[in-house]
Design a protein around this ligand. Structure first.
Ligand SMILES: N[C@@H](CCC(=O)N[C@@H](CS)C(=O)NCC(=O)O)C(=O)O
Length: 216
């Protein structure tokens, strides 16, 4: 069985949990506590297993996979039911652009290690950290909301079934709510997120429904 090195509050791991559930693939979740101060991702035995020292990582029959987007592509190519991206090259590029805005332009700037560094090395207090966090979300969400306005209204981000864009959006919206981001300028994103969170694959993947939730 696949083994997912996971953390309930990790939005990157949340993406992979949704992907696994949409494909209907059984997996074992192995929690790695990344809370600052505990930092299991930086300690043995996880550090040797995944020198990147981040979650998620997926243990497969062929070896360990890291990076949530690479894992999602592998899942999509390995399990052909419920495709995550459309077959059409133009449409699939739109979906990937949406996903990469979150994966490359928002998430890396708001990662735990980045927040810890601006606190410890640059004396940012909690208010500054919150401002920093919300700043990058607002910039990225502005682009996604504006691009969404150019398209017809759809149930999910790119059509009638949830795909890669929804897999990326829902965890990022959870982060945005956690840091009290004003989401009123992003009505389409809010609507898509609300819709996706009713889907069983997304419910099962939700942070509060993980075995390590709130205990750590
Ligand atoms: N680009 C990576 C990001 C992985 C990542 O940064 N995960 C965070 C949790 S969401 C983490 O493990 N952080 C630990 C740290 O920053 O020390 C991916 O998409 O998998």
């Amino acid at each position: 069985m696949l083994k997912l090195y996971d953390y309930w509050r990790s939005s990157a791991a949340y993406r992979v949990r949704i992907g696994l559930n949409l494909k209907g693939v059984d997996y074992e979740s192995v929690p790695i506590n990344i809370m600052p101060g505990t930092d299991e991702q930086m300690r043995e035995p996880y550090r040797s297993l995944n020198p990147q020292m981040r979650v998620p990582a997926l243990e497969t029959e062929q070896g360990l996979l890291t990076q949530s987007l690479a894992i999602l592509v592998w899942l999509d190519q390995t399990y052909r039911n419920h495709p995550f991206v459309p077959a059409d090259p133009w449409e699939s590029a739109q979906v990937r652009a949406f996903a990469l805005t979150i994966a490359c332009d928002i998430h890396p700037l708001n990662n735990t290690s980045v927040l810890t560094r601006i606190k410890l090395e640059f004396s940012a207090d909690d208010d500054h950290v919150g401002e920093w966090y919300r700043h990058w979300i607002k910039l990225g969400f502005n682009a996604l909301e504006h691009q969404g306005e150019q398209r017809a209204q759809t149930k999910y981000v790119f059509g009638g079934e949830p795909g890669l864009a929804d897999i990326m959006l829902v965890p990022q919206m959870a982060n945005a709510r956690r840091f009290n981001t004003d989401l009123s300028p992003f009505p389409r994103l809010v609507k898509w997120d609300e819709e996706a969170r009713k889907h069983p694959a997304f419910i099962k993947a939700a942070p509060e429904n993980q075995k390590d939730a709130q205990k750590t």
